[in-house]
Design a protein around this ligand. Structure first.
Ligand code: WQD
Length: 340
């Protein structure tokens, strides 16, 4: 089986991708420093797969430790790099930690991959690189705009670093950049899912925690935007659909199907939903009335963004299959499991 290193493999998207990799016949190897994930995710993965997935507890920024993993594991066919901090608001408070971790770990990884002769990389990028787009939906050719946060800037910098590294004469690494939209939901088994530390920044875990009685109410950050119902519009993609996009990307790299050393794909549903639509859909899916109020806008929020998913469909052959309703139902099932 082809060995795939998954950095941040114990995290929300990482753990779901590890499950899909194993079930697609690959041999995933996890690297995680558990700075933003929990060991319980390893147990959840094992419960789903019926076997343990090896995990190296190291920081991707530690070149020597990373080198040792590559040497210990031997024939690594490719790397999926999730390991990064990802809270927009937190990045404004701790910009240096975000640049050091998100940009530093990518540079270290690329250096070690070059030394060890590993030539395939899938990189976790984000729709944040588009900033506030002039037109919707956004395609991969939509110009990136100044990011709204240090987090977004780290993703833009990482994309530039991948492109520049690929342009070096001695480069051998082929990369696929996946620009995620808004991942939500959990594996149908409810054995893995989103584990926000502290008060959730993201909408869906805040909704499920409110419905579970852990939060008093949801505050909707503004309803006076230039959108159909005044609330922000996003492209909410089920986390298992997102995980499956990584399997397709890995196989494309291994098959050397790409014409260029770096390819970029939007990974979203291609549909936009407003915050109020998400709330209404959650109430229908869960049978739970949600307590919410309208509050002030959140600085840095983009009024509306959703993907043109045509390139992923036509070039990757990837399409999402999970509806917003089913995604929210899976998030609610996971929350109920956590509450037990
Ligand atoms: C979604 C919508 C909020 C919480 C971020 C990153 C992005 C990606 C996903 C990593 C917005 C509204 C939220 C709340 C609310 N992460 N909201 N009340 O900001 O679209 O994207 O997470 O890749 O890169 O930027 O996600 O879930 O925080 O917000 O009204 O309590 O929900 O205003 O419109 P966001 P989010």
């Amino acid at each position: 089986m082809k060995k795939i290193l998954v950095t941040g493999g114990a995290g929300y998207i990482g753990s779901h991708t590890v499950v899909e990799l194993a079930q697609a016949g690959y041999e995933p190897i996890i690297i995680d420093n558990f700075s933003n994930s929990e060991e319980s995710a390893l147990g959840g993965i094992q419960a789903i797969l019926g076997r343990e997935v090896p995990c190296h507890r190291i920081d991707c920024g530690d070149a020597e430790a990373l080198r040792q993993v590559f040497k210990t594991e031997g024939d690594i066919a490719g790397v999926i790099h999730f390991a990064a901090f990802k809270a927009v608001g937190e990045s404004v408070q701790k910009p240096l930690a975000y640049f050091h971790n998100n940009v530093g770990s990518l540079i270290t990884l690329l250096q070690v991959m070059k030394e060890e002769g590993v030539e395939n990389l899938v990189f976790s990028s984000s729709c944040t690189v588009y900033g506030v787009p002039d037109h919707l939906p956004v395609t991969e050719a939509t110009p990136t705009k100044p990011a709204n946060s240090p987090y977004g800037r780290t993703k833009q910098m990482c994309e530039d670093i991948v492109h520049d590294a690929a342009g070096a004469p001695d480069n051998k690494v082929h990369t696929i950049l996946l620009r995620y939209f808004n991942p939500i939901g959990a594996h149908e088994s409810a054995k893995i899912g989103e584990l926000p530390l502290g008060v959730p920044n993201n909408l869906v875990p805040f909704i499920t925690q409110t419905a579970a009685g852990l939060r008093e109410k949801l505050t909707i950050f503004g309803n006076d935007y230039d959108t159909p119902d005044g609330t922000n519009v996003r492209d909410y993609i089920h986390v298992v659909d997102l995980a499956k996009a990584h399997i397709v990307a890995v196989q494309r790299l291994l098959d050397r199907k790409a014409s260029e050393a770096v390819e970029t794909f939007n990974v979203g549903t291609g549909h936009g939903n407003s915050v109020l639509e998400v709330v209404a859909t959650f109430e229908e899916a869960s049978g739970q009335k949600l307590n919410y109020v309208i509050g002030p806008r959140r600085p840095g929020d983009v009024p509306a963004i959703y993907a043109d998913a045509t390139k992923s469909a036509e070039v990757l052959g990837f399409k999402t299959t999970t509806s917003l309703r089913d995604s929210l139902a899976s998030a609610w099932k996971w929350q109920q499991t956590l509450s037990k």
